[in-house]
Design a protein around this ligand. Structure first.
Ligand SMILES: Cc1cc2nc3c(=O)[nH]c(=O)nc-3n(C[C@H](O)[C@H](O)[C@H](O)COP(=O)(O)O)c2cc1C
Length: 186
């Protein structure tokens, strides 16, 4: 069965991409983001051509990435449907800055990181913002046994085809382990 060329339904965690625009923080919602490399720690976010937040990234060469929890859904959706070109979004999330000094992060998000812009790769409808992570900040409570705890982070997932938000479901298995029991039988 073929379905054309658009990717079928997937659940993606969303983040808030933040940049200072003319000295004020501006945030937008991003679902298309990924780690690119471990060393140096490199992250990539795909942004539409007209994003106000990108003006700030180009202006400062820095950006913040904040991973919200599900309970922040209203504000997260708001900054994803309203451009900084039409409204001042600087007060939507209380902001803090880290060592880069001008990469805004949302204080109430349990996991945030500040990044230095390394490269912009241009595609037809999007640009890939490639950034090196300078520092990661977490709520103390969001860590368990030295690792971020998914239940505490309570990340907000976006289901693209249904255009709905979801929480994480139950654990299914241990990654990099469960496959050892593969027997080849169906
Ligand atoms: C759930 C959701 C996911 C989104 N994912 C992306 C994305 O991955 N890349 C992107 O450029 N815009 C994405 N958007 C749209 C931007 O957040 C939106 O255009 C925003 O208003 C841009 O704000 P700005 O112009 O102030 O930067 C998403 C919006 C929502 C609601």
């Amino acid at each position: 069965m073929t379905h054309g060329k658009v990717m079928p339904p997937v659940a993606l965690p969303v983040c808030l991409l933040g940049a200072n625009v003319l000295g004020k923080p501006n945030y937008c919602t991003i679902a298309w983001f990924t780690m690119i490399d471990d060393e140096p720690p490199t992250i990539g976010l795909f942004t539409g051509k007209d994003r106000r937040t990108v003006d700030g990234i180009r202006e400062n060469g820095t950006f913040g990435v904040s991973v919200p929890s599900a309970e922040q859904v209203v504000a997260v959706d708001y900054v994803g449907i309203t451009s900084g070109r039409e409204a001042d979004k600087s007060e939507v999330f209380p902001t803090f800055y880290g060592k880069l000094g001008n990469a805004p992060m949302a204080r109430d998000c349990p996991l945030t990181m500040e990044c230095e812009l390394k490269q912009i790769l241009e595609f037809g409808g999007t640009d890939l913002m490639v950034g090196e992570i300078a520092e990661v900040y977490t709520d103390e409570g969001a860590y368990r046994d030295g690792r971020p705890d998914a239940a505490e982070l309570d990340p907000l997932l976006y289901l693209s085809t249904a255009a709905t938000y979801h929480r994480l479901g139950e654990k299914v298995a241990d990654a990099f382990k469960v496959g050892r029991s593969y027997s080849g039988k169906k």
